[in-house]
Design a protein around this ligand. Structure first.
Ligand SMILES: *Cc1c(COP(=O)(O)O)cnc(C)c1O
Length: 368
């Protein structure tokens, strides 16, 4: 077995606790009640985390990574007589457009720059000049850059026009408080391996019951049929097809640990403290954050490399040899890299990482 002794500063999969990993040392069967009640408990807990009532909201788990959840929602809720507007300011927004394209859904894309949030005024104007749009989809934390989008402002635009509001909250749910009911969100998508701090293997969808019921018969894919999955699972906690048992058990452990930490608020505070420290220590190292402070999420940050020549791969190997895995940048026009602060990461880690970068960059300057 290969032993890996570095922590992940990546936005999922991320560094989990030993207890979450240990929870997976069980081979659980799937047909009996012991197992099905776990799924039922998870659904209940997710609704509690979202702070929504079981009368108006419901939840469902879906095999696969986060994208499978997004694809399930888009292809099960947007019919041929509907029209979807996708707001983008990063690759995850663009991925929704790709899903719509593959599925031949009727859709429009409204693009914003990667370092700016979708502007509610612009969105409202677009909607008013493009009647016929029934669904509005956007990303909450755009993991591409780490920018935190203003779902509150856009939700008002959506609500005023009675649009179905779809939010990809993959990298924020569980780590940033989200007022799902207040924001009138119809479908929120997240996954096991992000802020809940579980391992990869399934996504989950929190949906308004009414919106969920409206997906009946609309899906164009069997395995991603949201309604069918939900109907089967809400009966007795049964997954339609093989469920990722180890992931499910680890997820329950992760949820318990989230509760123990003090819930979403406490986790948010830890992530926020990590990020504030990261941005300020890196600034002292000469590494400038790409996103403005006001829009910087407490999840992941993009940094511009200093003007002198730095090879990301070489830097990556050095940082990894010192115990941390970072993430490449996703911007085409700038030499950047990303550092995530979610998972089992604390301020001591941030200090250590800053020291590692300081050593690397100082050395590079001397070499020159
Ligand atoms: C992680 C992530 C996804 C899903 O990515 P997968 O690789 O399919 O898990 C979708 N949207 C956002 C914003 C993400 O951060």
């Amino acid at each position: 077995m290969t032993t890996i002794n570095y922590k992940l500063l990546t936005p999922g999969p991320l560094t989990t606790t030993d207890s979450v990993k240990a929870a997976m040392l069980v081979d659980h069967c799937t047909w009996d009640d012991d197992y099905k009640v776990i799924t039922k408990r998870l659904i209940k807990k997710l609704l509690q985390l979202a702070n929504v009532s079981e009368e108006t909201y419901t939840a469902v788990l879906m095999q696969g990574s986060g994208t499978f959840g997004v694809e399930s929602v888009l292809t099960s809720s947007v019919g041929q007589l509907d029209r979807l507007l996708i707001l983008t300011n990063g690759v995850y927004g663009l991925r929704m457009a790709e899903i719509a394209q593959y599925a031949r859904l009727p859709y429009d894309v409204l693009e914003f720059p990667y370092n700016a949030v979708p502007d509610a005024q612009v969105v409202a104007e677009f909607l008013d000049t493009h009647p016929g749009i029934t669904h509005l989809a956007m990303v909450h934390c755009e993991t591409t850059t780490g920018i935190l989008n203003d779902i509150q402002a856009i939700s008002q635009v959506a609500k005023a026009r009675q649009l179905t509001f779809i939010v990809d909250a993959m990298s924020s749910f569980g780590g940033i408080p989200i007022d799902v009911a207040d924001l009138n969100i119809d479908f929120l998508i997240s996954s096991a391996n992000k802020c809940i701090q579980g391992v990869p293997g399934f996504s989950f969808i929190i949906a308004k019951k009414e919106a969920m019921l409206a997906t009946k018969g609309k899906a164009i894919s069997l395995s991603l049929d949201l309604y069918d999955q939900w109907e089967t699972m809400s009966k007795d906690g049964k997954w339609r097809f093989t469920s990722p048992t180890h992931v499910v058990i680890a997820f329950e452990q992760a949820l318990q640990e989230l509760e123990k930490e003090g819930g979403v608020k406490a986790r948010y505070a830890r992530y926020q403290a990590n990020m504030t420290q990261l941005v300020s220590l890196f600034k002292a190292n000469g590494l400038v954050a790409y996103i403005s402070e006001a829009r910087q999420s407490p999840i992941i940050a993009t940094f511009q490399l200093p003007s002198y020549e730095i090879d990301f791969n070489e830097m990556y190997e050095f940082v990894k040899s010192q115990g941390y895995a970072i993430y490449p940048g996703k911007l085409l026009d700038l030499n950047t890299f990303r550092v995530g602060v979610i998972g089992e990461i604390y301020q001591a880690d941030i200090e250590r990482v800053s020291g590692i970068f300081d050593a690397y960059l100082t050395n590079k300057k001397i070499e020159r």
